[in-house]
Design a protein around this ligand. Structure first.
Ligand code: GTP
Ligand code: MG
Length: 286
Protein backbone atom coordinates (compact mmCIF):
# COMPACT_ATOMS: atom_id res chain seq x y z
CA UNK A 1 0.00 0.00 0.00
CA UNK A 2 1.44 3.34 -1.03
CA UNK A 3 -0.90 6.11 -0.20
CA UNK A 4 -0.14 9.76 -0.60
CA UNK A 5 -0.07 11.38 2.81
CA UNK A 6 -2.13 14.48 3.35
CA UNK A 7 -2.51 16.38 6.63
CA UNK A 8 -5.88 14.68 7.16
CA UNK A 9 -4.31 11.23 6.87
CA UNK A 10 -1.59 12.14 9.32
CA UNK A 11 -4.06 13.39 11.91
CA UNK A 12 -6.09 10.18 11.54
CA UNK A 13 -3.05 7.93 11.73
CA UNK A 14 -1.77 9.74 14.79
CA UNK A 15 -5.14 9.49 16.51
CA UNK A 16 -5.36 5.77 15.80
CA UNK A 17 -1.91 5.16 17.25
CA UNK A 18 -2.71 7.26 20.31
CA UNK A 19 -5.84 5.19 20.91
CA UNK A 20 -4.04 1.89 20.41
CA UNK A 21 -1.25 2.99 22.73
CA UNK A 22 -3.68 3.01 25.64
CA UNK A 23 -4.16 -0.72 25.18
CA UNK A 24 -0.53 -1.82 25.16
CA UNK A 25 2.50 -2.08 27.43
CA UNK A 26 5.18 -1.96 24.77
CA UNK A 27 5.67 -0.36 21.37
CA UNK A 28 7.71 -2.11 18.72
CA UNK A 29 8.88 0.42 16.17
CA UNK A 30 10.05 -1.02 12.88
CA UNK A 31 12.62 0.91 10.89
CA UNK A 32 14.45 -0.02 7.70
CA UNK A 33 18.02 -1.00 8.61
CA UNK A 34 19.26 0.55 5.35
CA UNK A 35 17.90 3.96 6.33
CA UNK A 36 17.29 4.00 10.08
CA UNK A 37 16.95 7.79 10.16
CA UNK A 38 14.81 8.43 7.11
CA UNK A 39 12.49 5.53 7.91
CA UNK A 40 11.70 6.91 11.35
CA UNK A 41 8.87 9.33 11.64
CA UNK A 42 10.18 12.44 13.41
CA UNK A 43 7.07 12.65 15.57
CA UNK A 44 7.22 9.07 16.77
CA UNK A 45 8.98 9.73 20.07
CA UNK A 46 6.48 12.39 20.97
CA UNK A 47 3.55 10.16 20.00
CA UNK A 48 4.87 7.16 21.94
CA UNK A 49 5.71 9.29 24.98
CA UNK A 50 6.79 7.40 28.07
CA UNK A 51 5.65 3.99 26.81
CA UNK A 52 8.36 1.31 26.74
CA UNK A 53 9.76 0.90 23.28
CA UNK A 54 11.84 -1.48 21.20
CA UNK A 55 13.37 -0.40 17.90
CA UNK A 56 13.54 -3.16 15.33
CA UNK A 57 16.06 -2.68 12.54
CA UNK A 58 14.12 -4.69 10.00
CA UNK A 59 15.38 -5.90 6.60
CA UNK A 60 18.78 -6.19 8.25
CA UNK A 61 19.59 -8.88 5.69
CA UNK A 62 19.61 -6.17 3.02
CA UNK A 63 21.80 -3.80 5.01
CA UNK A 64 25.53 -3.57 5.61
CA UNK A 65 26.58 -5.78 8.50
CA UNK A 66 29.24 -3.45 9.91
CA UNK A 67 26.86 -0.49 9.87
CA UNK A 68 24.13 -2.64 11.45
CA UNK A 69 26.48 -3.04 14.40
CA UNK A 70 27.06 0.71 14.55
CA UNK A 71 23.33 1.35 14.70
CA UNK A 72 22.92 -1.16 17.50
CA UNK A 73 25.62 0.67 19.40
CA UNK A 74 24.08 4.04 18.60
CA UNK A 75 20.60 3.21 19.90
CA UNK A 76 21.97 1.27 22.86
CA UNK A 77 23.98 4.32 23.88
CA UNK A 78 20.73 6.25 23.88
CA UNK A 79 19.25 3.72 26.32
CA UNK A 80 16.93 2.41 23.64
CA UNK A 81 16.36 -1.30 23.22
CA UNK A 82 17.22 -2.26 19.66
CA UNK A 83 17.15 -5.56 17.79
CA UNK A 84 18.35 -6.58 14.32
CA UNK A 85 15.65 -8.51 12.50
CA UNK A 86 15.05 -10.32 9.25
CA UNK A 87 11.29 -10.79 9.14
CA UNK A 88 11.49 -13.12 6.16
CA UNK A 89 13.46 -15.86 7.90
CA UNK A 90 12.66 -14.80 11.45
CA UNK A 91 16.18 -13.99 12.56
CA UNK A 92 16.13 -11.80 15.68
CA UNK A 93 12.48 -12.39 16.55
CA UNK A 94 13.22 -14.35 19.72
CA UNK A 95 15.32 -11.44 20.86
CA UNK A 96 12.38 -9.09 20.35
CA UNK A 97 10.21 -11.23 22.61
CA UNK A 98 12.85 -11.41 25.30
CA UNK A 99 13.49 -7.66 25.06
CA UNK A 100 9.78 -7.06 25.66
CA UNK A 101 9.82 -9.32 28.71
CA UNK A 102 12.93 -7.65 30.05
CA UNK A 103 11.47 -4.18 29.62
CA UNK A 104 8.39 -5.22 31.56
CA UNK A 105 10.28 -7.13 34.24
CA UNK A 106 9.95 -4.47 36.91
CA UNK A 107 6.22 -4.16 36.44
CA UNK A 108 5.75 -7.93 36.33
CA UNK A 109 7.80 -8.42 39.51
CA UNK A 110 5.76 -5.76 41.29
CA UNK A 111 2.50 -7.46 40.35
CA UNK A 112 3.87 -10.83 41.40
CA UNK A 113 5.00 -9.49 44.76
CA UNK A 114 1.47 -8.27 45.38
CA UNK A 115 0.24 -11.73 44.57
CA UNK A 116 -1.52 -10.49 41.45
CA UNK A 117 -1.95 -12.49 38.32
CA UNK A 118 0.54 -11.47 35.66
CA UNK A 119 -1.19 -10.74 32.41
CA UNK A 120 0.43 -11.13 29.03
CA UNK A 121 2.51 -8.27 27.71
CA UNK A 122 0.65 -6.47 24.96
CA UNK A 123 2.51 -4.83 22.12
CA UNK A 124 1.74 -2.50 19.25
CA UNK A 125 3.76 -2.60 16.06
CA UNK A 126 4.32 0.72 14.34
CA UNK A 127 6.24 1.87 11.28
CA UNK A 128 6.11 3.62 7.94
CA UNK A 129 4.58 1.94 4.87
CA UNK A 130 6.43 -1.04 3.41
CA UNK A 131 8.87 -1.33 6.30
CA UNK A 132 7.68 -4.91 6.86
CA UNK A 133 5.02 -4.61 9.58
CA UNK A 134 2.73 -7.32 8.20
CA UNK A 135 5.60 -9.68 7.46
CA UNK A 136 6.96 -9.13 10.97
CA UNK A 137 3.59 -9.75 12.63
CA UNK A 138 2.91 -12.90 10.60
CA UNK A 139 6.35 -14.30 11.26
CA UNK A 140 6.18 -13.55 14.96
CA UNK A 141 2.72 -15.07 15.19
CA UNK A 142 3.86 -18.08 13.20
CA UNK A 143 0.90 -17.84 10.85
CA UNK A 144 -0.81 -15.47 8.42
CA UNK A 145 -3.16 -13.13 10.14
CA UNK A 146 -6.17 -11.94 8.22
CA UNK A 147 -6.17 -8.19 8.13
CA UNK A 148 -9.33 -6.79 9.66
CA UNK A 149 -9.91 -3.61 7.72
CA UNK A 150 -11.72 -1.02 9.75
CA UNK A 151 -14.45 0.34 7.61
CA UNK A 152 -15.81 3.77 8.55
CA UNK A 153 -18.73 3.70 10.89
CA UNK A 154 -18.21 0.10 11.90
CA UNK A 155 -16.70 -0.31 15.30
CA UNK A 156 -14.62 -3.41 15.37
CA UNK A 157 -13.26 -5.06 18.43
CA UNK A 158 -9.51 -5.04 18.58
CA UNK A 159 -8.07 -8.46 18.14
CA UNK A 160 -5.03 -9.81 19.82
CA UNK A 161 -2.55 -12.17 18.29
CA UNK A 162 -1.00 -14.55 20.73
CA UNK A 163 2.74 -14.99 20.18
CA UNK A 164 3.42 -17.10 23.28
CA UNK A 165 2.26 -17.11 26.88
CA UNK A 166 4.13 -13.90 27.55
CA UNK A 167 3.39 -11.75 24.51
CA UNK A 168 0.40 -10.62 22.47
CA UNK A 169 0.26 -8.22 19.54
CA UNK A 170 -2.49 -5.93 18.40
CA UNK A 171 -3.63 -7.28 15.03
CA UNK A 172 -3.42 -4.02 13.10
CA UNK A 173 -0.15 -2.13 13.08
CA UNK A 174 0.08 1.61 13.48
CA UNK A 175 1.07 3.16 10.20
CA UNK A 176 3.31 6.16 10.53
CA UNK A 177 3.57 8.61 7.68
CA UNK A 178 7.00 9.05 6.19
CA UNK A 179 8.45 12.51 6.19
CA UNK A 180 9.64 13.25 2.71
CA UNK A 181 9.81 17.02 2.49
CA UNK A 182 13.60 16.84 2.76
CA UNK A 183 14.92 15.85 -0.66
CA UNK A 184 17.54 13.40 0.61
CA UNK A 185 15.08 11.72 2.94
CA UNK A 186 12.51 11.51 0.16
CA UNK A 187 15.00 9.96 -2.22
CA UNK A 188 16.19 7.37 0.27
CA UNK A 189 12.60 6.39 1.04
CA UNK A 190 11.90 6.12 -2.67
CA UNK A 191 15.08 4.12 -3.39
CA UNK A 192 14.16 1.56 -0.75
CA UNK A 193 10.54 1.36 -1.88
CA UNK A 194 8.80 3.13 0.99
CA UNK A 195 7.17 5.72 -1.25
CA UNK A 196 7.87 4.13 -4.54
CA UNK A 197 6.90 6.32 -7.48
CA UNK A 198 5.27 9.17 -5.73
CA UNK A 199 7.79 11.94 -5.41
CA UNK A 200 9.69 11.46 -8.63
CA UNK A 201 9.15 9.67 -11.87
CA UNK A 202 10.85 6.33 -12.17
CA UNK A 203 13.51 7.43 -14.65
CA UNK A 204 14.50 10.44 -12.61
CA UNK A 205 14.58 8.27 -9.50
CA UNK A 206 16.78 5.65 -11.16
CA UNK A 207 19.15 8.36 -12.40
CA UNK A 208 19.43 9.73 -8.87
CA UNK A 209 20.10 6.24 -7.55
CA UNK A 210 22.79 5.72 -10.18
CA UNK A 211 24.36 9.00 -9.08
CA UNK A 212 24.41 7.90 -5.43
CA UNK A 213 25.87 4.52 -6.36
CA UNK A 214 28.55 6.16 -8.52
CA UNK A 215 29.50 8.52 -5.72
CA UNK A 216 29.37 6.17 -2.78
CA UNK A 217 29.32 2.57 -3.99
CA UNK A 218 31.16 2.47 -7.33
CA UNK A 219 32.59 -0.97 -6.66
CA UNK A 220 29.17 -2.47 -6.00
CA UNK A 221 27.90 -0.91 -9.21
CA UNK A 222 30.85 -2.13 -11.28
CA UNK A 223 30.61 -5.64 -9.83
CA UNK A 224 26.88 -6.02 -10.30
CA UNK A 225 26.87 -4.84 -13.91
CA UNK A 226 30.32 -6.14 -14.77
CA UNK A 227 31.65 -2.77 -15.83
CA UNK A 228 35.39 -2.90 -16.34
CA UNK A 229 37.37 0.25 -15.57
CA UNK A 230 34.29 2.13 -14.47
CA UNK A 231 34.41 5.77 -15.63
CA UNK A 232 32.98 7.85 -12.80
CA UNK A 233 33.39 11.13 -14.64
CA UNK A 234 30.42 10.50 -16.92
CA UNK A 235 26.91 11.73 -16.13
CA UNK A 236 24.61 9.33 -14.23
CA UNK A 237 22.27 9.22 -17.27
CA UNK A 238 25.16 7.97 -19.35
CA UNK A 239 26.00 5.33 -16.79
CA UNK A 240 22.41 4.15 -16.65
CA UNK A 241 22.33 4.04 -20.45
CA UNK A 242 25.50 1.96 -20.52
CA UNK A 243 24.09 -0.41 -17.90
CA UNK A 244 20.84 -0.67 -19.86
CA UNK A 245 22.73 -1.44 -23.03
CA UNK A 246 24.77 -4.12 -21.33
CA UNK A 247 21.66 -5.68 -19.90
CA UNK A 248 19.85 -5.72 -23.21
CA UNK A 249 17.33 -3.02 -22.36
CA UNK A 250 16.95 -2.09 -26.03
CA UNK A 251 13.93 -0.90 -27.97
CA UNK A 252 13.55 -1.89 -31.62
CA UNK A 253 15.93 0.24 -33.66
CA UNK A 254 18.74 -0.17 -31.16
CA UNK A 255 17.70 2.65 -28.84
CA UNK A 256 18.23 2.15 -25.11
CA UNK A 257 15.03 1.46 -23.21
CA UNK A 258 15.71 3.96 -20.46
CA UNK A 259 12.54 3.09 -18.60
CA UNK A 260 13.32 -0.61 -18.49
CA UNK A 261 16.85 0.12 -17.36
CA UNK A 262 15.43 2.36 -14.63
CA UNK A 263 13.02 -0.25 -13.35
CA UNK A 264 15.82 -2.84 -13.43
CA UNK A 265 18.33 -0.87 -11.38
CA UNK A 266 15.68 0.09 -8.81
CA UNK A 267 14.52 -3.51 -8.52
CA UNK A 268 18.09 -4.70 -8.19
CA UNK A 269 18.76 -2.18 -5.45
CA UNK A 270 15.54 -2.92 -3.54
CA UNK A 271 16.15 -6.63 -3.74
CA UNK A 272 19.71 -6.27 -2.40
CA UNK A 273 21.24 -7.53 -5.65
CA UNK A 274 23.64 -4.59 -5.93
CA UNK A 275 24.90 -5.49 -2.49
CA UNK A 276 24.14 -4.97 1.15
CA UNK A 277 23.98 -1.23 1.00
CA UNK A 278 23.16 0.97 3.96
CA UNK A 279 22.61 4.60 3.03
CA UNK A 280 22.75 6.11 6.51
CA UNK A 281 25.33 5.62 9.20
CA UNK A 282 25.39 7.00 12.76
CA UNK A 283 28.76 8.54 11.88
CA UNK A 284 26.89 11.18 9.88
CA UNK A 285 24.98 12.39 12.92
CA UNK A 286 26.80 15.30 14.48
N1 GTP B 1 14.63 -8.81 2.62
C1 GTP B 1 13.65 -8.52 3.48
N2 GTP B 1 12.44 -8.17 3.02
C2 GTP B 1 11.46 -7.91 3.91
C3 GTP B 1 11.68 -8.01 5.32
N3 GTP B 1 10.52 -7.69 5.94
C4 GTP B 1 9.62 -7.41 4.97
N4 GTP B 1 10.18 -7.54 3.75
C5 GTP B 1 9.53 -7.29 2.43
O1 GTP B 1 9.14 -5.93 2.39
C6 GTP B 1 7.93 -5.77 1.67
C7 GTP B 1 6.90 -5.04 2.51
O2 GTP B 1 6.50 -5.86 3.59
P1 GTP B 1 5.10 -5.69 4.34
O3 GTP B 1 5.11 -6.62 5.48
O4 GTP B 1 3.98 -5.77 3.37
O5 GTP B 1 5.24 -4.20 4.84
P2 GTP B 1 4.16 -3.33 5.66
O6 GTP B 1 4.93 -2.48 6.61
O7 GTP B 1 3.10 -4.19 6.23
O8 GTP B 1 3.59 -2.43 4.50
P3 GTP B 1 2.19 -1.59 4.50
O9 GTP B 1 1.10 -2.51 4.93
O10 GTP B 1 2.10 -1.14 3.08
O11 GTP B 1 2.37 -0.42 5.41
C8 GTP B 1 7.50 -7.17 1.26
O12 GTP B 1 7.93 -7.40 -0.06
C9 GTP B 1 8.24 -8.07 2.24
O13 GTP B 1 8.50 -9.34 1.71
C10 GTP B 1 12.99 -8.38 5.77
O14 GTP B 1 13.31 -8.46 6.97
N5 GTP B 1 13.93 -8.63 4.81
MG1 MG C 1 1.00 -4.24 5.94
Amino acid sequence: MNIQWYPGHMVKAKRKIQEDLKLVDVVIELVDARIPLSSRNPEVDQIVGAKKKIIVLNKSDLANEAINKKWIEYFTNQDTRVVLVNSINGKGLKEVTSAATQLMKEKIDKLKSKGLLVKTIRALIIGIPNVGKSTFINKLAGRSIAQTGDRPGVTKAKQWIKVNKELELLDTPGILWPKFEDEQVGLRLAFTGAIRDEILDIEELATKLTEVLMQRFPKHLADRYKIENIDLSIEPQEMLRAIGKKRGCIISGGEIDYRRASVMILDDFRGGRIGNITLESPDEIV
